[in-house]
Design a protein around this ligand. Sequence first.
Ligand SMILES: NC(=O)c1ccc[n+]([C@@H]2O[C@H](COP(=O)([O-])OP(=O)(O)OC[C@H]3O[C@@H](n4cnc5c(N)ncnc54)[C@H](O)[C@@H]3O)[C@@H](O)[C@H]2O)c1
Length: 381
Amino acid sequence: VADPAELRVALFGTGFMGRTHSIAYAILPSFFPELPLVRRQVVVDVTEDLARRGAHQFGFAEWTTSWQEAIARSDIDIIDIVTPNDSHEPLANAALAAGKHVLCEKPLALTAAQARAMADQAKQSKGVAMVVFNYRRAPAVVEAKRLIESGAIGRVLTFRGLYLQDWAMPDGTPWSWRFSAERAGSGSLGDIGSHVLDIASFLVGDVVAVAAAAETFVPKRSLPGAAGHAAVDVDDCTIALLRFQGGAIGTLEASRFSHGRKNHLSFEISGTKGALSFNWERSNELNFYSAADSSNVQGFRTIVMGPANPGGDALWPIPGIGTGYIESQVFQVGEFVRAIVHGQEEGSSFAHGFKIQTVMEAIAAAAQNGAWTPVSTDETK
Ligand SMILES: NC(=O)c1ccc[n+]([C@@H]2O[C@H](COP(=O)([O-])OP(=O)(O)OC[C@H]3O[C@@H](n4cnc5c(N)ncnc54)[C@H](O)[C@@H]3O)[C@@H](O)[C@H]2O)c1
């Protein structure tokens, strides 16, 4: 069992997620003082300007535009990949081949075949490899799991998962890598639907078959800062029916075209004895209905997260102070560093990332062929 007093991270990418991961490393010791410090050593981006600005803004000691140089350094323990999806596979595989620990943003890859290659590489590497599914780390989501496992809602019958946003509505949003199959793999499905599928897998179990419909509402978009347009060849919205291993059935709706919904990652799970519901826009609240309550007081109760809930001992002294997006990334990074210390991946290994990718691929195929489609159950090597 390794017990390094200090780890050093090279961060690849200085965009939205580069920022949140950097904050998570910086404040990790105030949440988990028992874990090794993670030094923000070197930041990598494709231009000198981006890399230099990233180092300054995110508190890294050094910057470079060469990812090869960062991976080759013997003083770097962790490679954190927060780049667009098309670079996940080459960067992660090179890092794992060099024996580094790898944290990679979701979706793990562009395709299931790529994700399988990454999971195989992770199995052969001495490094710990995890894919970021930060939303499942929210105390309310972990409390939902605890309640399900304790039998509080009985056997799960149905799952309804939504991830709705409206930033891609026609007026105003220019083309970006998120609208390109070559760079993103898929649209709403991989970008936000992957989080719902992760939560479904975490709380209900494996998805074994799917049916689906998908649509691209705006087939071309203006190029940022330039004349002309580029094609959109990914889904703007995907809706799927899900069959789970244990007999439950469910739905997934992933859309960047839902007016009024900003970051509406929500689920409702009904079982034989009760139900649970959650919406990220009220991320401190878990709603729980118990059929065991006497009928005069039956109704969903709203539990406000606090020290008695999962992860609460790392948080604030009374309930209701609140946790948000950054805390979800701190919990994610904490789990990753704990896995390095203990030498094993917990919940979201690359093998899990591959499994989610196989469900997404089955959903994309089902949307094309209009038929119920089994999810491939092939294991990695
Ligand atoms: N977990 C979440 O909640 C969440 C949220 C948003 C994005 N993401 C994921 O995070 C990843 C990054 O998304 P983002 O929103 O930060 O994107 P972004 O476009 O804001 O930033 C990406 C950065 O990576 C840089 N880059 C591109 N190729 C690179 C390379 N080879 N080496 C180093 N840097 C490179 C770009 O120049 C840019 O600075 C994506 O995989 C996305 O799906 C996850």
